[in-house]
Design a protein around this ligand. Structure first.
Ligand code: F6R
Length: 606
């Protein structure tokens, strides 16, 4: 996720671009830049936030009435000045900003290098600029059309040419982009809030749209340059509402982003019935020597690691443990070069997780990072990093990052299983297709959010909750309980369902709510028996079960169904009702959901 903005009109472009970028900083903030076409085509860009860009711009005297800008959330290449956008083409006649991921950029880069071109950055974006230049023959629209037809992946683009002062070009495919219509001026932006100070007349571009933006006209085309028409929408939201996409809190917005997050996390990794995680191209000999796998992390990321433990043992048949980093780092774990350690971290900066990683490395383990923030400490220090590409997570309670972590862990383990001949081609094909079905299933679950909210409103007298499940559902019960306690302040614990009668059952009273997760089909009858034990003690039971398992309605007070999915992938989507429940319980109690008391987003101290 990155933010892009563009302007053409009678005003100086720079203040409009900077103002727009400030509204888009929530989409990424590791580097920022602008390109303005005045007497000349100039770029100013820097690592850091918009305020760092403003400081750099003070001495730049950047003047012109057409320009594009970008605030970055790195995906390819570390966050530094060189990799910041905008990017010039080789001759510096064309300039581009990009949000998204180009899956075939390495092939295209190789092709251009073979033709004698030299690149300046590590980004996939620069390849697009060079490609457009290679097609440029005095018509930017045509050159962009030819270039984008060669791109695979997701992109929203803003493109300017030094020789065309009266227009710039924008393209949208699988990354958001809107056009703002003003009087004698027009705009583009990744999101509506960036434009609301200037216009409320917005066109939401559709996939495959190419827009030619002139100061008094906007022309829209499809990828073959046939003209297309899109409705103009009149936006009535306030700027603040718009930043949250119309949602009341960032947490809810991030939950609703999950179908797209699931798509992005598998982009380039699931294709044509194959699962590929090239970051993990380990030799088969090395994989056969591994005799122990650890998943180390904190909080929600640790819960994603618990899923990893079950999956690793299942598919790789190697002993696996999940452990919280603050314990792992101080207990002198038995590790050697036959140990594989996954560290999982959204921020990549959590102090305990970094200390655990350094310990594992010092003892010779091979380390893999499952990380969101590109260029973060964890990403730099692990032997191999697999990014989850979830975009910035703003709410303190982690939701979309968990979904992407679990998905990327599953992809990684299946890929390692394939490399070590523990996954047949047929299984690979089945899982690839199961992954592809996940976004739609997540969307289906989100459609039940009103009914989750209704249920949450009935829980005002509940004083404590127990989340129970078996196997992967147990891993989910830990995460469900954490979500609820951290934002609603209702006491919540996750237990293996079979453990209930060994102690916790004594706490169950009519004032307790038990949330039973029962999606893991090999053990669902066992969990059903545990639900009956709770009911016999007067506890209220909410169940999360797979569609078709109607029998559970006979014992649970309320059931939320999740679509059927391969058991191993269930946590990716079955967590969604648990996240929604936590959100709506906190909301019904009027709490500050995005900033829960005593908590911070990134715990960089011990
Ligand atoms: C809970 C939550 C925390 C983080 C934990 C690790 O909602 O957000 O438990 O998961 O602090 O943070 P990262 O993943 O940044 O290492």
């Amino acid at each position: 996720m990155c933010g892009i903005v563009g302007y053409i009109g009678d005003k100086e472009a720079l203040p409009v671009l900077i103002d727009g970028l400030k509204h888009l900083e929530y989409r990424g903030y590791d580097s920022a830049g602008v390109a303005i076409l005045g007497e000349d085509l100039k770029i100013v860009k820097t690592r850091g936030r918009i305020k760092d860009l403003e400081a750099k711009l003070k001495n730049s005297n950047l003047k012109g009435k057409i320009g594009i800008g970008h605030t970055r959330w790195a995906t390819h290449g570390a966050p530094n000045d060189e990799n910041a956008h905008p990017h010039f083409s080789e001759s510096k006649n064309i300039v581009i900003v990009h949000n998204g991921i180009i899956e075939n950029y390495l092939e295209l880069k190789k092709m251009l290098i073979n033709e004698g071109h030299t690149f300046r950055s590590e980004t996939d974006t620069e390849v697009i600029a060079y490609l457009i230049e290679s097609f440029y023959d005095g018509d930017l629209l045509l050159a962009v059309k030819k270039a984008v037809n060669m791109l695979e992946g997701s992109f929203a683009l803003g493109v300017m040419s030094k020789d065309e002062k009266d227009r710039f070009i924008a393209v949208r495919k699988d990354s958001p982009l809107v056009v703002g219509l003003g009087k004698g001026e027009n705009f583009i932006a990744s999101d509506i809030p960036a434009l609301l100070s200037y216009t409320r007349n917005i066109i939401i571009l559709e996939n495959g749209d190419i827009a030619e933006i002139r100061k008094d006209k906007v022309n829209l085309f499809d990828l073959s340059l046939n003209p297309v028409k899109r409705d103009v929408q009149k936006i009535t939201w306030s700027v603040d509402d718009a930043k949250k996409g119309g949602f009341k809190h960032y947490m809810l917005k991030e939950i609703f982003e999950e179908p797209q997050v699931i798509r992005e996390a598998m982009r380039g990794r699931v294709k044509d019935g194959k699962i590929e995680v090239p970051e993990l191209n380990f030799a088969k000999k090395f994989l056969n020597e591994i005799n122990k796998i650890y998943f180390v992390a904190c909080g929600t990321a640790y819960h994603a690691g618990v899923v990893g433990k079950y999956l690793a043992e299942n598919f790789l048949r190697i002993t696996a443990e999940a452990e919280v980093a603050s314990e792992f780092r101080y207990r002198d774990p038995v590790i050697d070069k036959k140990t594989l350690v996954f560290v999982i971290s959204q921020s990549g900066e959590t102090a305990d997780t970094l200390a655990a990683l350094r310990l594992a490395k010092s003892k010779g383990a091979k380390t893999i990072g499952i990380v969101n923030v590109v260029g973060s400490s964890a990403a730099r220090e692990v032997d191999s990093v697999v990014y989850i590409n979830a975009g910035p997570e703003i709410a303190v309670a982690s939701t979309k990052a968990y979904v992407a972590q679990v998905e990327v862990i599953a992809l990684s383990i299946l890929y390692l299983a394939k490399l070590s001949d523990k996954l047949t081609e047929k299984e690979e094909r089945l899982f690839a297709s199961a992954f592809e079905g996940l976004p739609e299933k997540a969307e289906k679950i989100l459609k039940q959010s009103d009914s989750v909210a209704e249920f949450a409103a009935t829980t005002k007298t509940i004083e404590e909750t127990f989340y129970i499940g078996r196997n992967l559902d147990y891993a989910l019960s830990l995460e469900g309980a954490l979500k609820l306690k951290e934002i609603s302040y209702v006491h919540a614990e996750g237990y293996p369902a079979g453990e209930l009668k060994h102690g916790p059952l004594a706490l169950v009273t009519p004032k307790s709510l038990v949330i039973a997760i029962d999606t893991y089909s090999p053990l669902r009858e066992k969990t059903l028996s545990n639900i009956k034990e709770v009911k016999a003690r007067g506890g209220k039971v909410l169940a999360v079960a797979s569609e078709g398992y109607q029998k559970i309605e006979e014992v649970a007070d309320k059931v939320f169904y999740v679509p059927k999915v391969a058991d191993e992938l269930s946590p990716v989507i079955s967590v969604i009702p648990l996240q929604l429940l936590a959100y709506y319980v906190a909301e019904s109690r009027g709490l500050d959901i995005d900033k829960p008391r005593n908590l911070a987003k990134s715990v960089t101290v011990e």
